[in-house]
Design a protein around this ligand. Structure first.
Ligand code: CP
Length: 307
């Protein structure tokens, strides 16, 4: 069967292993397309997509827009900071006004968890969640899995560590769901205050010692400290966090094997990861960004029913 089991991509929680494999395999074909001299295919030339970003983004917004253009879709971009949301318009009114202009698919980032799911029940368009609060960021998890699979092959039995601010991270939750569905072992590592209490109930291992975690894993996915989502202090100082959980080249080189380093961006260089590590030959951070375009092409192509 070469169809997705869902009409919208709201979270990895709602899709199957078959869906994930289908998206990653389709993305492999699109990666070949975007590396050709002519990087475009006409697959979505009859489709209009609106990118609604109610929260800041660099990578995700550009990546979706480029993916849409590579698929020949018509694209409209909306940014909350320069829209009538500032005058008090509701989410539903904003979206319905955009849909009245005959939009077929909506890619949305919003600071509220559940915003994409709410929208999917209210409007007649395909919805892609581009990050909803601290809930899910499904296309990030898919591009992360694609990037790991490129380096390691089948992820079944591979050991993946997610390190840092797990509590405020939508990337962590989507990665946990995705990696577990692909059969990988997942461990989270960080200060206890930044690890949610429910996490072990998801079948994830917890470790507070960074060196032990790095010695265990094949891949370390280093997350940013999300200071913008922290209304209280979760650790004494950034300096102390970096001393205990920052990854530098001395620590990386002292490990008994060569591990892969990932980061979803934006990076706080010198906090969770040093420049030397981010730019090292063990880092696949820019591969993740490149693969994001192919993976998002695959998601929109399949949601549009073009398998
Ligand atoms: N990885 C990620 O979501 O980055 P942006 O916030 O820049 O989109």
């Amino acid at each position: 069967m070469s169809k997705l089991s869902v009409n919208h991509l709201l979270g990895i929680k709602y899709i199957t292993k078959h869906d994930i494999d289908l998206i990653l395999d389709t993305a492999t074909n699109f990666k070949e397309v975007i590396n050709r001299p002519i990087k475009k295919v006409p697959s979505l030339r009859d489709l209009t997509v609106a990118n609604l970003f109610f929260e800041n983004s660099t990578r995700t917004r550009l990546s979706f827009e480029l993916a849409q253009k590579r698929l020949s879709a018509d694209v409209v971009n909306f940014s909350a900071s320069s829209s009538s949301v500032k005058k008090g318009e509701t989410l539903i009114d904003t979206v319905n006004n955009i849909l009245a202009m005959k939009v077929d698919m909506v890619v949305m980032r919003h600071s509220s968890a559940g915003a994409a799911e709410f929208l999917s029940k209210k409007v007649n368009a395909k919805i892609v969640n581009a990050g909803d609060g601290a809930h899910e960021h499904p296309t990030q998890a898919l591009l992360d899995a694609f990037s790991m699979r490129e380096k390691l092959g089948d992820l079944k039995g591979k050991k993946i560590a997610i390190i840092g601010d797990i509590l405020h991270s939508r990337v962590a939750l989507s990665n946990i769901f995705c990696l577990q569905k692909l059969g990988a072992e997942v461990k989270v590592c960080g200060p206890k205050t930044l690890i949610p209490k429910y996490i072990e109930s998801l079948g994830v291992k917890v470790e507070t010692n960074l060196r032990k975690t790095l010695e265990w894993c094949d891949v370390a996915n280093m997350l940013r400290i999300q200071l913008e989502r922290q209304d209280i202090k979760f650790f004494p100082s950034i300096r102390e966090y970096t001393m205990l959980y920052g990854l530098d080249k001395t620590l990386l080189d002292s490990l008994s094997k060569k591990i892969i380093i990932m980061h979803p961006g934006p990076i706080n260089r010198g906090v969770e990861i040093t420049s030397e590590v981010a730019d090292s030959d063990q880092s696949i951070i820019l591969n993740q960004v490149e693969n994001g375009v192919a993976v998002r092409m695959a998601v929109m192509f399949l949601l549009a029913g073009r398998q």
